[in-house]
Design a protein around this ligand. Sequence first.
Ligand code: SF4
Ligand code: ZN
Ligand code: ZN
Length: 328
Amino acid sequence: MIDREVKCYRCSERAVVRVRYAKLNLCKRHFLEYIESRVLNTMKRYKLVTRDDKVLIGVSGGKDSLSLLYILSSLGEAIGLGDLYAVHINLGLGLFSTESIQAVERACKETMARCIFINLKDIIGLSLPELVRVTRRPPCSLCGLIKRYLINAIGLELGVSKAALGHHMDDILVFAFKDLIVGDLENLAKMTPYTPGVTGVVVPRIKVLYEIYEDDLALYAKLRGIMHVEKPCPFKHHDLLKTKVRQAIDEIENTIPGFKITLIRRMNKLANLLTSKKVEEIVPCKYCGLPSRTGVCSICKITLKTHGEPRGPIIREKIRDIAKKTFV
Ligand code: SF4
Ligand code: ZN
Ligand code: ZN
C-alpha cells in the first residue's frame, strides 16, 4: 500500500503504486505506460520484433497471456507491428474452459486482435482429461506439448512471423533454477527470450515479458480492468521445489530490489552459452511435417497410440479449415 499523500513521479496525480526496483511512485496511467515501456525496452534489448512482424499469441484466459495481448495491442502502432493474432485452445476442462473462453472473447473484442478458437476435442477427438486417461501421461506435460504443437501449426497456417509466449520473469527464473537443480541443461538452454524458427516447420518464439515481474503484470491486469479467469486449472498441482525456489528468489528481491532483473540477464547469458539448443537437431515429422527429434513428432506418436494412426496431418487439415472459416 502507498500513502494517500504520495504523488506520481510523472504527474500531480495520487500515486497508486511504489515500483521498488525502479524507485518510482506512479499513478494508474503512468504505471500502465511504464509497464508497456518496459515491454518495449525488452523487445529492443533482445531484438525480439521488427517492423511489420505478424505476431500470434496463445491466450489461455489467464492474466499473463491476456495482459500480453493488451500490451502488444497498445504498443502495436508505436513499433509498427503487422497483424496481431490470438489463439485460444479449449482443453475441455468444464467451467474453467467456459470462463476462459468468455475472458478471451472479451479481450479479443477490446483489443481488436484477430482471434481464433480451437477445440481440442474437435481437433484430436479427445479432450485433455480424456487424453490424460488414455495416455496416462502427466496432464501438464501433455498440455504443454499439445499447446506447442497447435500454436506452431496455427502460426504456420496464418503465416505469422513470431509466436509470443506469456511467460514472465518470475516463471522463467523458477523454470531455469529447476532445470539447473535437476541438471536438465537442454531445457535450461531454451530459457532465452528468442528461439529461432525453421522456415515452414517452426515459427520463431519470443518472450517479450522476459524482464517483467509477475506482480507488475497482475497489477497491470487489475488497473486496466482486464477480465481473466481467476480459478486455477483443475490440473494445477503444487510443486514443492518450484515453490521453494520462488520463495528464495523473492526473499533476495525483497532485500535487493532489482535482483531478479540482474539474475535473468545473467541467466540469459548462461542459456546462450549452452550449445544444446541447436535448430539443426529439429527433424520434420515424417507424417505431419512439424518439428520432431526422431522423425515422428509427439502428437503423431500419441495419436498412434490413442487412435491407431498418426493424426498430425488430419489435425493440420482441420486447423487449415478453421483458419479459413475464421478469417474469410
Ligand atoms: Fe495445462 Fe497444467 Fe496449466 Fe492446466 S495447469 S493449463 S493442464 S499446463
Ligand atoms: Zn502520473
Ligand atoms: Zn507429426
